[in-house]
Design a protein around this ligand. Sequence first.
Ligand SMILES: Cc1cc2nc3c(=O)[nH]c(=O)nc-3n(C[C@H](O)[C@H](O)[C@H](O)COP(=O)(O)O)c2cc1C
Length: 231
Amino acid sequence: MSDEDAPDGTRRQKFHDLLRSLPVWDTELPHFDPASAPADPLPLFQQWLIDAAGAGTPEPHTMTLATADATGRPSVRTLMLHDADEHGWHFATHRTSRKGRELAARPEAALGFYWPTVGRQVRIQGTVTAAGAAESRADLARRSTGALAAALVGRQSEVLASYEELERASDAAWERARREPDAPVGSWTLYVLEAQEVEFFQGDARRRHVRLNYRRRPPAEGGWTTELLWP
Ligand SMILES: Cc1cc2nc3c(=O)[nH]c(=O)nc-3n(C[C@H](O)[C@H](O)[C@H](O)COP(=O)(O)O)c2cc1C
């Protein structure tokens, strides 16, 4: 009997047993000394992403993006990080998508990264600005044919009548992306999140997790304050 055919009670039990048996923080984790952390969160974020990639974390440049609609109802999804520099954390999507519409109504968002091979989490909260058409196009031009084809398909977050419709649209988009590598995608938009807060979490086998939170000082003062948080 496959798991799908199992009676509800059996499947629920197996599910609970599995959840309880899955380990977390049971490998050798790096030590993080917050006293040695830089004054600015950006170089620490860059170093942690480099460490995560070096430790073999799959797709360490993927992150969760949380937005909220005009009434405050939240939603999350996974996105690729395109860059992190002095302007902020860069990502791209269709401005006509659900998240694009939510960001237009309420330009605030949060990002979450989790790198299990090093037991590290980073979360970032801040204000989001949409880049102009030229910058958004340049961002897409730097990416692969597949990324361009995916963007050309468009209609992200709209209801899809049938999978066949997507197959047809995708075939046409791939064809166009190969033929026309500079094909414009009007809705494709690069966004930059300027952080107000950045929190670094280093997991620990004995659950003495280190949490270091950076908060941006008012513009007149500049720089960041840091504080430790109880785990
Ligand atoms: C690993 C991974 C990376 C993704 N990267 C992106 C991305 O960079 N941009 C994007 O628009 N969607 C990306 N997606 C799809 C989004 O998670 C989401 O399904 C889509 O953007 C629609 O979200 P929305 O309906 O909330 O607007 C990615 C999904 C996964 C699983």
